[in-house]
Each structure stands twice: as structure tokens, then as C-alpha cells.
Design a binder for this molecule. Structure first.
Ligand SMILES: Nc1nc2c(ncn2[C@@H]2O[C@H](COP(=O)(O)OP(=O)(O)OP(=O)(O)O)[C@@H](O)[C@H]2O)c(=O)[nH]1
Ligand SMILES: [Mg+2]
Length: 331
């Protein structure tokens, strides 16, 4: 029996239902190795390959290697992750790419904080100091850019937000609402985890390059734009006062340009002779004020919905506790 000692606690891994989730689109070269490696590391785990309309031998090879195959017809990694979270029932979840880029041996480190109840999401960080990830230079740069934008917007200090190697608690998987269909799914997972107060732990993991003949599914500009757009949209939704406050401030500052020009003119000539400038100045100023007002209203709504979320979570905990608690003896 595998046991994991942590502080005072000893966690019995075999009593936990572990699910390894592998989203795949045309990964026939590598998927069988991934399934076998994880089977060797976690003999009790159930391994699911989510096939997304692959046109090659992905499903057959994964099945032959011992995985359970589930299909998702909506094309895109995000849709697959949504389906995985809704359809698979387990206590601890591991998500890993099917391109054999992540070491299966790191899975014990990855699930340990979840098993100990110390984390809701553990991320295998490929950019953590001390890792030797084989990134293409352009990918490393793009990763750093996304990381800097996200860290500064959400005031966190993460080292990798795009990693596809993660472990999750059941509570996380079953309560996080995901909507993105494409490659922005990792960004969505991380931002929503931060915004909803879930506990995130990062574990250094080295990334290896895809083998010869295996092709990346990422389209650099399209997916890069989608990821930045997702960060901005979630920033607007979760921190509306800051988002609209910044927009409002910019508009008010912009309104000063025609405003000051008008004042100078008035000081020189004693009259306003350029009505268009006045209209622009007032228009910009009022738009800025409107942005502040929108930010304030949305801020209150976001706070209230956070309270609802919290209450729903408490209700869920309460229901789970009731179901697992033995009934009182009737007198
Ligand atoms: N199910 C499904 N999986 C996908 C889809 N696109 C990509 N994936 C899987 O998501 C994982 C990550 O995709 P990759 O192409 O490796 O993306 P990446 O790891 O960010 O980039 P590279 O490793 O440089 O190619 C792989 O297991 C892919 O098979 C899709 O549309 N549907
Ligand atoms: Mg990959």
C-alpha cells in the first residue's frame, strides 16, 4: 500500500480515487507511452483519454495501452477540459498533455499537496527556477509575456500559468465554472482559481520537446491573442472597479488636453472660439465619469456574487457532511 507521510498526517493513497485525464487530438505517436508511464506510477488510478475527433490512431492506441476512452465532439482543448471535469468522478484529478512532454514520475509530487488537503490546484511549473524545460525560444518569450501580464493584473507571483500538467481536488473540479473552448483554458483555470480564493501550489517540472514527427496544436498568433483576450475579459469580470477605473482615469486625463487648450485660449482672448474642442473635452470627461460609475456598480455586483458563491460552497460542504455522517440513533 502506498503511503504518503506529510507532517503529522499519513494519507492512504489507495483509498483515494485518482483519475488521470489526458486531452488528446492526434497524438498517436505518444499517447500510449503517456498512458503506460502513468499506469506504472499510479497503478490504482483510472486513466482517461479524451479523444477530440482525432483522425489518427490515438483512440485505438490509448485503449490498447489500458486507458478508458471518452469522446468530445466540440473541437478544442477547453471543451475537452470542461467535459473531463463534468463527466469524471474521482477524489483527486491529474491532467496531463498527451504529447509525452511532462514526466510521469513527477505525479507523486504533484498530487501530494492535494492529498494532504493543502492545495486545490497544483501546477507543474515549467518556468520555475531550477527546471530545465526545453522550450522553443518564441514559446518561452510568449509564456513570460502572459505571465507578466497576469501577475501584475491579479497581483500574484506565479511562475507558470499555461502549464498543462496539473492536479486538482474534487472540490475544485466540481465547482469551477469553465466556459472557454480553446487553448486559453489553462489561463482560465488559473485566473478563476486565484479570483475565487482556491489554494494554488506550484511544483517545478521540466518540459521535454515533442518527438520528431509529432505536431504542436498551438497556433501561435491566434492562440496567443485568445489567451491575452481571456486575461483581459476575466480582469474586467473579476476586478471591474480597477478595469473601469483605469479606463475612466485615461478618459479624464485625455479630456484635459482639449480642456487645457480651451482654458489657455480663454486666458489669451477672453472668449471660447472653438466649440468643437469644448464638446470633445466635455464628452471625454463625461465618458470617464461614466466608466467610473459602471466600475462601481459592477464592483458591488461582483462582491454580491462572491457572497453567493461562498454560500453555495458552504451549502455543498454541509450537504456532503450530512451524507457522510452516520445517522443518529433514534430514541
Ligand atoms: N482533446 C483535445 N486535445 C487537444 C486539442 N488541442 C490540443 N490538445 C491536446 O492538448 C495537449 C497540449 O497541446 P500541445 O499542442 O502540446 O500544446 P502545448 O503543449 O501548449 O505546445 P507544444 O507542446 O509546443 O506543442 C496535447 O495533449 C494535445 O493533444 C483539441 O482540440 N482537443
Ligand atoms: Mg505540448
Amino acid at each position: 500500500m502506498l503511503r504518503l507521510a506529510a507532517n503529522e498526517d499519513v494519507v492512504d493513497i489507495s483509498s483515494q480515487r485518482i483519475a488521470v485525464l489526458i486531452p488528446c487530438y492526434n497524438e498517436e505517436l505518444t499517447v500510449a507511452d503517456v498512458v503506460r508511464d502513468f499506469r506504472a506510477e499510479l497503478p490504482h488510478a483510472r486513466i482517461y483519454v479524451f479523444d477530440n475527433n482525432s483522425t489518427d490512431e490515438t483512440a485505438a492506441r490509448a485503449r490498447a495501452a489500458g486507458a478508458t476512452i471518452l469522446s468530445e465532439s466540440r473541437q478544442g482543448k477547453g471543451f475537452v477540459v470542461q467535459a473531463m471535469f463534468r463527466r469524471v468522478d474521482a477524489d483527486v484529478y491529474v491532467m496531463v498533455d498527451g504529447d509525452n512532454a511532462f514526466p510521469a514520475s513527477a505525479v507523486h509530487q504533484l498530487i501530494a499537496p492535494v492529498l494532504r488537503g493543502e492545495a486545490d490546484m497544483v501546477v507543474g511549473s515549467r518556468l520555475h527556477p531550477g527546471t530545465a524545460s526545453e522550450f522553443r525560444p518564441i514559446n518561452r518569450l510568449a509564456n513570460r509575456l502572459v505571465l507578466t501580464v497576469l501577475n501584475s493584473m491579479f497581483r500574484v507571483q506565479l511562475t507558470d500559468v499555461l502549464s498543462g500538467y496539473r492536479a486538482f481536488s474534487r472540490g475544485f473540479v466540481k465547482t469551477l465554472p469553465l466556459f472557454g473552448g480553446g487553448f486559453a483554458i489553462e489561463t482560465e483555470l488559473t485566473i478563476k482559481a486565484v479570483a475565487r480564493g482556491f489554494r494554488i501550489v506550484e511544483i517545478p517540472t521540466s518540459l521535454t520537446a515533442r518527438p520528431e514527427g509529432s505536431h504542436s496544436k498551438v497556433r501561435f498568433f491566434r492562440d496567443g491573442f485568445l489567451i491575452l483576450n481571456t486575461i483581459l475579459a476575466l480582469f474586467r469580470d473579476y476586478q471591474p472597479l480597477t478595469f473601469f477605473g483605469i479606463a475612466g482615469l485615461l478618459l479624464v486625463v485625455l479630456s484635459l488636453i482639449p480642456g487645457v487648450a480651451l482654458m489657455l485660449e480663454y486666458a489669451r482672448r477672453g472668449a471660447f472660439t472653438r466649440p468643437v474642442l469644448a464638446v470633445v473635452a466635455v464628452g471625454l470627461f463625461l465618458s470617464g465619469m461614466l466608466a467610473f460609475a459602471v466600475g462601481l456598480v459592477l464592483h458591488s455586483i461582483a462582491r454580491r456574487s462572491q457572497e453567493f458563491d461562498y454560500q453555495i460552497q458552504v451549502l455543498g460542504d454541509e450537504l456532503r457532511a450530512r451524507v457522510s455522517r452516520p445517522p443518529h440513533d433514534e430514541e
